[in-house]
Design a binder for this molecule. Structure first.
Ligand code: GDP
Ligand code: IMO
Ligand code: MG
Length: 432
């Protein structure tokens, strides 16, 4: 039995969904442990695209159990929609999905506050997905959240909802000058959704213990990326959960002793959706090339993603934060056709001093990235399945990353499809 953790090491959208789906051929269980439906994880199998927001990316494999741990904030509207949409496409979900009773709910109050706050911030807005993620996590930390377990008792739910309604509608109407949310609509909708999902709720921590005792391979699927971590990311331009390794355990209710490998998923370049510092951002033709060729539009909001060169300063920081043992580089094929490539290896101040993460925002704005330049290649990466078939320039590019970080690359992704992959090493194999 082995468990592996897959984490985004940049600002999200590294291709986590594709890699989780790929590796699930060897796993019996996939677990989401943080975030919510701000995530958009894309799976492409035989040309057919599926975008998942809450349901773990193992769902397309018929025998895989999908678990949602207590660290995930749940919109029951979106969860029901996602289950129905998958089942309409012939994917069985209800028999394989188990959701922790400890998950806090995202309600319409949280979505309304998220939107109102962003509007209020104007030019300083975070660029959230407006899914209510931040306000829902705030309620959890403030100990007023409604958890799934509260829905089994209508009286408890009604009373907790009344308190939330007072609190959030006061902020919405008196501070943000917005319309209040209608409590009876929220009550009815939530109870209706509860009828649909209550049979899927469980004690995920205990289920995981059983899976481990039964010697099963388990994948922990991260959402977002290290640079969006609430503690370690580019605060305040971050999401409201810990996206780094500690969340795996607190967000699923299992200790770290079973974890064999922590795989860092990294795009061969960098993207960011939403506001905030992005030292290697390219606003020139190279940036446009990456955006177009990489089809860089948010899987959840459809917003264009900002694009730039690979940032080894940020990546090294992300790998250290997470104790990454193996790397997976995605979207290598997108670089095909660029005459020159750059990798950022240092951030320098005007005086030539090196800067490292964690950095304050104001420092980030004052720095200039230092780059190493590589020759590009014009063909041979799209859909490649073996390392040796890659152009020499692409191999040089990958070897440079691995050498600089002193971490082996296990997987290289060369296209969106599940099969467009080079597997150098099986992450489930022990590291002896
Ligand atoms: P996630 O949030 O980390 O799961 O990533 P997203 O699904 O939001 O974004 C990754 C996008 O890149 C999706 O559209 C994927 O289908 C696509 N993708 C993943 N890997 C590759 C790859 O190696 N090459 C190309 N061209 N596209 C990829
Ligand atoms: P996946 O799992 C990319 C970003 C938002 C915004 C910030 C805060 O698909 O990689 P939030 O709605 O979470 O309060 O927004 O975080 N963000 C993501 N960016 N991929 C994601 O998820 C993201 N989830 C949140 O764009 O900048
Ligand atoms: Mg995504």
């Amino acid at each position: 039995m082995t468990s592996i953790v897959l984490l985004g090491t940049q600002w999200g959208d590294e291709g986590k969904g594709k890699i989780v789906d790929l590796l699930t051929s060897e796993a019996s269980t996939v677990v989401r442990f943080q975030g919510g439906n701000n995530a958009g994880h894309t799976l492409v199998v035989g040309g057919k695209k599926t975008v998942l927001h809450l349901i773990p990316s193992g769902v397309l494999r018929a025998n895989v159990t999908c678990l949602i741990g207590n660290g995930v904030v749940i919109s029951l509207d979106k969860l029901s929609e996602e289950i129905t949409s998958l089942e309409n496409q012939g994917v069985s979900v209800s028999d394989r999905l188990r959701i922790s009773l400890g998950c806090p709910l995202i309600l319409d109050y949280h979505i309304a506050i998220d939107k109102a706050r962003e509007a209020h911030l104007g030019a300083n807005q975070i660029g959230t997905t407006k899914k209510g993620i931040g306000p829902a996590y705030e309620d959890k930390i403030a100990r007023r959240a409604i958890k799934l377990s509260d829905l089994s008792d209508e009286i408890i739910f009604r009373e907790k909802l009344r308190l939330l309604d007072d609190y959030h509608n006061f902020a919405l109407t008196q501070y943000y000058r917005q319309e209040p949310v209608d409590i009876s609509m929220v009550f009815d909708k939530t109870m209706g959704n509860w009828e649909k999902v209550k049979g899927l709720t469980d004690d995920v921590s205990n289920l995981l213990k059983q899976h481990f005792d039964n010697n099963q391979n388990i994948i922990f699927e991260g959402a977002q990326g290290a640079m969006l971590d609430i503690d370690h990311g580019t605060y305040p331009y971050v999401t409201s959960s810990n996206t780094t390794i500690g969340s795996v355990f607190t967000g699923s209710g299992i200790g770290p002793k079973y974890n064999e490998n922590s795989i860092g998923i990294t795009k061969a370049y960098t993207t960011r959706v939403g506001a905030g510092p992005f030292p290697t951002e390219c606003t020139d033709s190279a940036g446009n090339f990456l955006a177009e060729k990489g089809n860089e539009f948010g899987s959840t909001t459809g917003r264009p993603r900002r694009c730039g060169w690979l940032d080894l300063v940020a990546l090294k920081y992300a790998c250290e934060l997470n104790g990454i043992t193996q790397l997976c580089i995605t979207k290598l094929d997108v670089l095909e056709g660029l005459s020159q490539l750059h990798i950022c290896t240092a951030y320098k101040t005007k005086d030539g001093a090196d800067l490292f993460y964690p950095l304050e925002i104001f420092e980030l704005e004052k720095i200039s990235p230092e780059y190493v330049t590589f020759s590009g290649w014009s063909e041979g990466t799209k859909g490649a399945r073996t390392f040796d078939s890659l152009p020499l320039q692409a191999r040089d590019y990958l070897n440079f990353i691995s050498d600089a970080l002193k971490i082996d690359i296990s997987i290289i992704s060369t296209g969106a499809d599940r099969d467009d992959t080079i597997m150098l090493r099986n992450p489930f194999c022990r590291n002896d």
